[in-house]
Design a protein around this ligand. Structure first.
Ligand code: SF4
Length: 64
């Protein structure tokens, strides 16, 4: 199966310099191993904090 990196890049909102952009399988595996979620779970302002923790995700969604 071909990698869909180029197609996935059109939906990637991550602003952190990283070589996993568009390689969603590696991206989610990396963040999951740290107890985190990838950038695409976070709205623009929250994404730019680079806090990918599940606690932060719950916090911002409870506040909005
Ligand atoms: S969400 Fe994390 S792993 Fe995915 S591209 Fe951004 S910094 Fe890299």
């Amino acid at each position: 199966m071909e990698c869909n990196q180029r197609k996935n890049m059109t939906k990637c909102n991550c602003t952190y310099p990283c070589n996993k952009k568009g390689i969603c399988c590696e991206c989610i595996a990396y963040h999951r191993s740290l107890g985190e979620l990838p950038a695409c779970y976070f709205p623009k302002d929250a994404e730019r904090t680079y806090d990918r923790s599940i606690e932060y995700f719950i916090k911002i969604y409870n506040e909005r």
